[in-house]
Design a protein around this ligand. Structure first.
Ligand code: ADP
Ligand code: MG
Length: 254
């Protein structure tokens, strides 16, 4: 079981879109996949076709010890399993502070199911909070989606420092798997410049796959279907399918 946190403390950079579509693409490639929604916004839950307003048990209940993983787990019609979330999860942030092993609650919950999945993908909230810390403490690696814009590199250093600290103090396994360029606009000169700069700084930590800006990926969540299945022939879907193949190759070397 390979566990990856999809993280970037900025909002709106494509974390959820990447998590949902990578999960669907991995499942389409025959990989047993679990998606963990760690964001109280519940966007990954809705995008997977599960109604966040109708949940009786959610990741909140799992993290505070009110339910088991098996009780919380739902299955998406896109052939992956889901630990769904809604705004209840914001409460976990506060309640977990008092609990033992507060950074390890998700890791401990996943450990009992290690032989059931090939991939676990964790959609992190846009913060460096206790929820994100639970994601980073559970993971073998971090996938960082980013837009190739002027300020992209600025925010990156905070995240890289957090990952270094977690690696040193809480989770020796943790490493950056790679940076994924998303919402890429091939007509913008700046995008190409930032993209080249990323390759220069981070070398083979930059994934080969580039996800283009594609309206079909943005439309899919309102239908509760991952973009990869909503319009399989779209450029966005094709990119995430290619990214899944790249991830499958990448884990072979881990
Ligand atoms: P985050 O989880 O980091 O906040 P999201 O994945 O929710 O980011 O994406 C933010 C917005 O951008 C959403 O409306 C989403 O549909 C849209 N979006 C994400 N990736 C793409 C893309 N490749 N092309 C077009 N729109 C995208
Ligand atoms: Mg999100």
């Amino acid at each position: 079981m390979h566990i990856f946190a999809i993280a970037n403390q900025k909002g709106g950079v494509g974390k959820t879109t990447t998590t949902v579509n990578l999960a669907a693409a991995l499942a389409a490639r025959g990989q047993r996949t679990l998606l963990v929604d760690l964001d109280p916004q519940g966007n990954a839950t809705m995008g997977s076709g599960i109604d966040k307003r109708a949940l009786t048990q959610s990741v909140y209940h799992l993290l505070v010890g009110l339910a088991t993983l098996a009780e919380v787990r739902a299955s998406s019609s896109a052939k992956f399993d889901l630990l769904p979330a809604n705004r209840d999860l914001a409460g976990a942030e506060v309640e977990m502070v008092e609990l033992e092993r507060r950074e390890m609650r998700l890791k401990d919950a996943l450990a009992a199911h290690a032989d059931e999945y090939d991939f676990v993908l964790i959609d992190c909230p846009p913060s460096l909070s206790l929820l994100t810390l639970n994601g980073l403490c559970s993971a073998h690696g971090v996938v960082i989606p980013m837009q190739c814009e002027y300020y992209a590199l600025e925010g990156l250093s905070d995240l890289v420092n957090t990952i270094k600290k977690v690696h040193a103090n809480l989770n020796n396994d943790l490493k950056i798997i790679g940076l994924l360029r998303v919402m890429f606009d091939s007509r913008a000169t700046l995008g190409h410049q930032v993209s080249a700069e990323l390759e220069q700084h981070f070398g083979d930590k930059v994934f080969k796959t580039i996800v283009p800006r594609n309206v079909r990926l943005a439309e899919a969540p309102s239908y509760g279907i991952p973009g990869v299945l909503f319009d399989k022939s779209s450029k966005g879907a094709q990119a995430y399918l290619a990214f899944a193949s790249e991830m499958i190759e990448r884990v072979k070397t881990m």
